[in-house]
Design a protein around this ligand. Structure first.
Ligand SMILES: Nc1ncnc2c1ncn2[C@@H]1O[C@H](COP(=O)(O)OP(=O)(O)OP(=O)(O)O)[C@@H](O)[C@H]1O
Ligand SMILES: [Mg+2]
Length: 315
């Protein structure tokens, strides 16, 4: 069995002469949360629509849970919450969830059971008999994500589930997703252009721009590659430490800056990281300076994004 719940090969979508998605090679690992990130118009929704079978690829192919995308089994493996919430005016939350369950092939009895479970899970108990069309954006999104889970899908595909939500509603949805992936045999593919919010959620990311993948991989792996040898160091005497570093390590250090709380920020080339990590304790010990903090500064998803897209813009 493949390690990937979703895998595509040269997936391409043309609208007339315009290529919205080009030769996409997506690899989404089983039981992981995969962030699909890109600016407006990058091709996120078009890709998602091809995965869900809503539109046909112009070229290329893909599999979901080893079934071809667009096939009946491929579609059954998916739970999908589109970017726009659409509700029927006269349906209550319970009506809507049962209706969606039945559309997906559940018996009425099973759909009702599942609907009540999801209402409880999403904390929508007080809104069971109210109409989602009148809900706040945050509650509408919850109902959309809940309906996507009604048939116990293998993979949950969410198109910008937190767009236009206030921080409380956003956190509430993200917390539910974090819990749900631990409790079920589920993989999540989630698109967004809000990077910082996904950072605490995703295991893997794919960044796209103008329909093409710019970067894809595990978040830890990406951070490791992009970490630039920036260290934060704080000691009992930062002024002395700075002088000593300038004296003894000037050949490996590119820059020393003053960071928050008088700590020092040191920049070295990646090839010199190991030397710096060995030298610092020796210098401190020899000069009887005690160490408070010595860490490599973690790069954020936002930093990676900025780095990639500014490089691209520079050509
Ligand atoms: N049916 C269509 N006909 C023609 N062009 C389309 C169609 N659907 C999408 N496009 C174009 O394809 C490109 C990608 O659109 P898409 O909606 O996939 O982007 P997105 O990454 O989801 O953007 P957003 O963040 O704004 O939702 C855009 O330039 C869009 O205008
Ligand atoms: Mg979109």
């Amino acid at each position: 069995m493949s390690n990937y719940i979703i895998e595509t090969n040269k997936l391409t979508k043309r609208f007339g002469k315009f290529q919205a998605v080009k030769d996409l090679e997506l690899k989404i690992t089983h039981n992981k949360i995969h962030g699909f990130i890109g600016p407006n118009g990058a091709g996120k929704t078009t890709t998602i629509k091809m995965l869900t079978g809503a539109i046909h690829p112009s070229w290329g192919e893909g599999v979901i849970d080893s079934y071809p995308i667009g096939s009946k089994r491929g579609r059954q493996a998916i739970g999908y919450a589109p970017a726009e919430s659409l509700f029927y005016a006269n349906m209550t939350t319970i009506d809507y969830l049962v209706y969606m369950g039945q559309i997906k092939g559940l018996s009425k009895r099973k759909a009702v059971d599942k609907a009540f479970d999801l209402i409880e899970y999403f904390g929508l108990d007080d809104s069971t008999y109210r109409k989602p069309i009148n809900f706040s954006s945050g509650m509408k999104k919850k109902v959309m994500v809940a309906q996507a889970l009604i048939n116990d899908p293998k993979v949950l595909i969410l198109d910008e589930p937190t767009a236009n939500l206030d921080p409380t509603a956003r956190i509430s949805i993200l917390e539910i997703l974090k819990t749900i992936i631990k409790e079920r045999d589920l993989s999540i593919f989630i698109s967004s252009h809000i990077l910082s919010e996904l950072e605490s959620l995703v295991d893997e990311v794919t960044l796209i721009r103008s329909g093409e993948i710019v970067l894809s991989g595990s978040l830890d792996g990406l951070k490791h590659i992009f970490n630039k040898g920036q260290y934060i160091i704080s000691s009992s005497d930062n002024t002395l430490l700075q002088k000593l570093l300038e004296k003894y390590c000037s050949d490996i250090i590119n820059d020393i800056l003053i960071h928050e709380n008088d700590a020092l920020m040191i920049k070295v080339d990646s090839k010199n990281k190991a030397i710096l990590e060995k030298s610092i304790p020796l210098i401190l010990a020899y000069h009887k300076i005690s160490l408070i903090k010595f860490v490599e500064k973690e790069i954020s998803l936002d930093d990676i994004y900025k780095e990639i897209y500014t490089k691209e813009n520079r050509g």
